[in-house]
Design a protein around this ligand. Sequence first.
Ligand code: NI
Length: 180
Amino acid sequence: MTIRTIIRMGHPSLRTPATPFPEKDINTPRFRDLIRDMRDTLHDAGGIGLAAPQINDMVQVAIIEIDEGPSRYGDLGAVEFSVFVNPRVTVLNPETKGYWEGCLSVPGLRGFVNRPQSIQVDYLDADGCAQQRCFNGFAATVVQHEFDHLIGKLYIDHIADPALLSFEAEFEQFHLSAED
Ligand code: NI
């Protein structure tokens, strides 16, 4: 069990594009250690997704795990633990929907971000197999949020209305009940 330090906004690595993970190195100890550390770190932080640059490992690897039932993001559908290596996103429907996003690298804040809600992802899985998978709704938002970390972007870059950036306590007091 190795919990790695999650770097925070202001660290230059969060603004640096990650490099593709070499396909031949999937299933090496280096790769397995990285995935294990990312999963331990994600569970420790209580998050739903983590990208390797957030632990200052500048490779295109991200994990997502959304449990069934209510989370800090509400009850918005589950995604089993998934590993994405060198992912590419194709938007299937440009229609967007907004969610209040948070980020382990931007602790204490929530911001309202609109993103396409139907996407296809081409990637390598943890065994190095090419996969193609579609995501809809909140899961599509989470996937795009995590993959942004692989190109040096943060969710705050997508906030259209700066009035919809809030500390968590104020988010819960003034914005959460106003949803839907
Ligand atoms: Ni994030």
